[in-house]
Design a binder for this molecule. Structure first.
Ligand code: TXE
Length: 492
């Protein structure tokens, strides 16, 4: 049995309590590793180490270019070990090796891009309204950052946070999901190999409720960057507010994928299927509400279900598999629970609708790709995040109605539009309430393009130049170049 210790102050250590917890392989439902079960003591040790590294250690003495070089080295090491890291991700979260290999090949770009950005963060000289002063601004690291990640793409979500934080000069305590801690602990070995000083990156493992509050309420933490559920996001915001921390929240969604009759229907079908069934629907940007214009509705559903039925389910380590298991046991129960809710609400089941067991799926936590038609936007299946392979199809008449339905949800992470009308593409992209809008494509992300939610999907941006500002604070410096310092008691 593999055992994973935490990483604090440049050392792999047991939890202060000496406890361990199990990590499961979703394809078999069996334990494959044990992970150190941290608590408040470990959280405190990690924050203290990060704070020392920020204020006293060699990290604070490095130039921005030197930080960037370390990050480039880290990117190279991730590229070198991409296959190994991808296999660990598969063990821990059951996602397909084909997807994970692609993701791990892409992750180095985050470290290259933000490493390159590290020494291009320039302040400004302000042309003041007063004579005899010189005023300029400096961008300084915000301080110790706590990065809390979810289980669906652990190393990618970590790159979204760690790369801009390190580029900004911050130090970081990472808290991976208790369901998928192993890949982060393997990754941090590469952080050490790249030559980052002790304490710059720390990893505390354990259950969110045991470790989380000690991190998000710690007075020496300046910023919390979180990806997860909106319920946990709210709890973290409350905890962080007590010590006035900055926060970035990426809280999932209920994204509309809107297909107009004038669209290239072949492309739209591919986009709709990958929008919901890629990663078995376990992505924050899943296109879980498919809005179809009346005139194409029936043929679209027929062709979409025909394509979805060809998807091969089974061993996530096989390159032939197209849909893998659900990553965690509670998530598996949650997805099945929502399928029952949709049936009770009166949605019509067009395909799937239950667990998939036996055969290629063995004892794994599989759910059949599921499509409901006749969904009303007020139903829970259209309003709440399922985070599984469950699609809700909703009909609309015209552009106004499509917009009204698309925006009538409390989330706002992503939205897709399929149309061949350029004017409509612009109108829709302007009026859709979402942090990302895709036109005639879906689910595209890049380290260069800002990503983050509107409404209850959160706030703050990840990726792109905007992301580094989340980890910087702006200082204004005034230099007296000759102005007389007046006697305050002499009236002028
Ligand atoms: O999320 P949690 P879970 C959604 C999806 C899913 C649901 C539950 O709908 O069904 O969330 O997943 C840590 N203080 N998303 O239970 O609870 C926890 O240890 C500090 C959407 O995994 O939000 C983990 O590291 N930290 C999402 C992280 O928070 C706490 C991706 C996320 O856990 C904490 C995944 C606390 N009090 C699931 N409690 C997306 N935005 O894409 C928990 N944590």
């Amino acid at each position: 049995m593999k055992k994973y210790q935490m990483y604090i102050d440049g050392k792999f250590v047991d939890a202060a309590s000496g406890k361990w917890f199990d990590s499961y392989y979703p394809f078999t439902g069996k334990v494959w590793a044990q992970v150190a079960q941290g608590d408040a003591q470990d959280a405190d040790r990690a924050v203290e180490a990060a704070h020392r590294a920020l204020t006293q250690g060699p990290w604070s003495q490095l130039t921005a270019s030197q930080r960037g070089l370390l990050m480039h080295k880290l990117g190279d090491l991730v590229a070198r070990d991409a296959r190994r890291l991808a296999e660990i991700e598969v063990q821990d979260n059951g996602k397909l090796i084909a997807e994970m290999q692609g993701q791990l090949n892409y992750i180095p770009q985050w470290y290259y891009y933000f490493g390159g950005l590290a020494d291009k963060i320039e302040g400004a000289v302000i042309p003041l309204d007063k004579k005899g002063y010189f005023n300029f601004t400096r961008h300084e690291p915000v301080g110790v950052v706590v990065a809390i990640t979810a289980w669906n793409s652990p190393l990618l979500l970590l790159a979204y946070k760690l790369a801009p934080a390190l580029a900004a000069g911050c130090t970081v305590v990472v808290k991976p999901s208790e369901f998928t801690s192993a890949s982060t602990l393997e990754f941090v070995k590469l952080v050490e190999e790249a030559g980052f000083p002790p304490g710059v990156v720390n990893v505390v493992t354990g259950f969110g409720k045991e470790v989380g509050p000690a991190l998000t309420g710690h007075p020496k933490v300046a910023k919390v960057s979180f990806t997860g559920s909106d319920a946990t996001g709210r709890a973290i915001n409350e905890a962080a507010a007590k010590t006035l921390k900055r926060v970035t929240m990426e809280l999932g969604g209920k994204s509309p994928n809107v297909v107009f009759a004038d669209a290239n229907i072949d492309d739209a079908i591919n986009g709709a299927v990958s929008g919901i069934f890629a990663a078995a629907g376990q992505t924050c940007i899943a296109g879980s509400r498919l809005l179809l214009q009346e005139s194409v509705h029936d043929q679209f559903v027929e062709r979409l279900t025909a394509l979805a039925k060809t998807a091969r389910m089974g061993d996530p380590m096989s390159m032939q598999t197209q849909i893998g298991p659900i990553a965690t046991q509670p998530q598996y129960q949650k997805v099945l629970g929502y399928i029952d809710i949709a049936k009770k609400e009166g949605a019509a089941l067009a395909m799937g609708g239950s667990a998939a067991a036996g055969g290629e799926c063995g004892e794994g936590w599989f759910v059949q790709p599921t499509v409901f038609t006749g969904v009303k936007n007020s139903m829970r299946i259209a309003q709440e995040e399922v985070f599984g392979p469950v699609l809700s199809v909703i009909k609309f008449k015209d552009e106004e109605e499509a917009l009204a339905i698309a925006n009538d949800v409390r989330f706002g992470l992503g939205a897709g539009v399929w149309t061949s009308d350029i004017g409509r593409a612009f109108r829709m992209s302007e009026r859709l309430q979402a942090g990302t809008v895709w036109v005639n494509t879906y689910r595209a992300v890049s380290y260069m393009s800002p990503f983050g939610g509107y409404k209850d999907s959160g706030f703050g941006k990840e990726n792109g130049i905007a992301a580094i500002r989340e980890y910087l604070q702006l200082k204004s410096v005034w230099i007296n170049t000759g102005a007389a310092t007046a006697n305050p008691f002499v009236m002028r």
